[in-house]
Design a protein around this ligand. Structure first.
Ligand code: IPM
Ligand code: MG
Length: 360
């Protein structure tokens, strides 16, 4: 089969890590006789520089027509002026919204060979961590009404958290279905002791729970969830939450699993088109130095094969290859510990490709 992939390298380490992910896709393609075709498009800071806008129309068009989108990372200090009218992040939000990708899957897995990289005590993480965060992606405070105004001579600014019933229902549905395929445990995270939007969120999740009697549902406030994630992350299976809470909790979950350089993500909508990107940022301080960890992006290609192309066997082979390379003791700087072998971005990509070629 032939698959068309739109590629957004983005800024900072984006090009470094995307190059390795494509190498991995090509290796899988050769092994299993799939043809992956790539069309490179601009988004983020580099698009602002070249086209004056973080998401050129042509980029969105190419992405819409593709079977999947592979994305590195966007942003950097060059475009960081908070007063600037255009920011790289607007490209990312525009892409998510433009492709109607309302569901963001962020699996946080502590790989056995990386147990020592978790900042948590051995007795807490000894049974491993395997959480899937289901983050709402096109609603809430990220897309609500906002503004800055002067009232009675005092400058003020506001943002709005707003969810409607349909937005909550469709994300909760994916969360329940994800839980059904896993350990049938769903934690819905909100701030229902304060926020109306959270009260609605909770009531819809409860209403839908009746359709999934096998799923054990519990509700946690977001502050408590932040605490529980470091106290005992093994209690979680699937977490469903709003756009902003999901943004924050997924960064926390990534640290608990050792490194932000390890976590992939898939942004999905109603069809099979998805955007696949690492959850980490563009790390401009190490851009082009050949030391960035490409594994989160490589693991994102596994999610692409699984969710957009239904190529489960191929997805698994990538995930196993990553695990095997870690078992063999290879580490990029961010996950390096004594006694392990330090490698750069390209070498890490090569090692994964080698394991894929050998893998069954
Ligand atoms: C993420 C990022 C983005 C977000 C930023 C870059 C806009 O932090 O994907 O988690 O907040 O969604
Ligand atoms: Mg984030």
């Amino acid at each position: 089969m032939k698959y068309n992939i739109a590629v957004i390298e983005g800024d900072g380490i984006g090009p470094d890590i995307v190059t390795e992910a494509i190498k991995v896709l090509n290796t899988v393609g050769e092994k299993f006789n799939h043809k992956f075709e790539y069309e490179y498009v601009l988004m983020g800071g580099c698009a602002i520089d070249k086209e004056g806008t973080p998401l050129p129309e042509a980029t969105l068009d190419v992405c819409k027509k593709s079977d999947a989108v592979l994305l590195g990372a966007v942003g950097g200090p060059k475009w960081d002026d908070p007063d600037s009218k255009v920011r790289p992040e607007q490209g990312l939000l525009g892409l998510r919204n433009g492709l109607k990708l309302y569901c963001n899957l962020r699996p946080a897995v502590l790989y056995a060979p990386l147990k020592n990289e978790s900042p948590l005590k051995d007795e807490i993480v000894k049974n491993g961590i395997d959480i899937c965060i289901v983050r709402e992606l096109t609603g809430g405070i990220y897309f609500g009404e906002r503004g800055t105004e002067v009232i009675d001579g005092v400058k003020s600014a506001y943002d709005t958290e707003r969810y409607n019933v349909n937005e909550i229902r469709r994300i909760a549905k994916i969360a329940f279905e994800t839980a059904m395929k896993r350990n049938k445990k769903l934690t819905s995270v909100d701030k229902a002791n304060i926020l109306d939007s959270s009260k609605l969120w909770r009531s819809i999740v409860n209403e839908m729970a009746k359709d999934y009697p096998e799923v054990e549902v519990n509700h946690l406030y977001v502050d408590n969830t932040a605490m529980q994630l470091v106290k005992d992350p093994t209690q979680f299976d699937v977490i469903v939450t709003s756009n902003m809470f999901g943004d924050i909790l997924s960064d926390e979950a990534s640290m608990v699993t050792g490194s932000i350089g390890m976590l992939p993500s898939a942004s999905l909508g109603d069809g099979t088109l998805g955007v696949y990107e690492p959850i980490h940022g563009s790390a401009p301080d190490i851009a082009g130095m050949g030391i960035a960890n490409p594994l989160a992006t490589i693991l994102s290609t596994a999610m692409m094969l699984r969710h957009s192309f239904s190529l489960e066997k191929e997805a698994k082979i990538i995930e196993n290859a990553v695990l095997n390379v870690l078992e063999d003791g290879y580490r990029t700087g961010d996950i390096m510990t004594e006694g392990k072998t330090k490698v750069g971005t390209v070498e890490m990509g090569d090692l994964v490709c080698k394991k894929i070629k050998e893998g069954k």
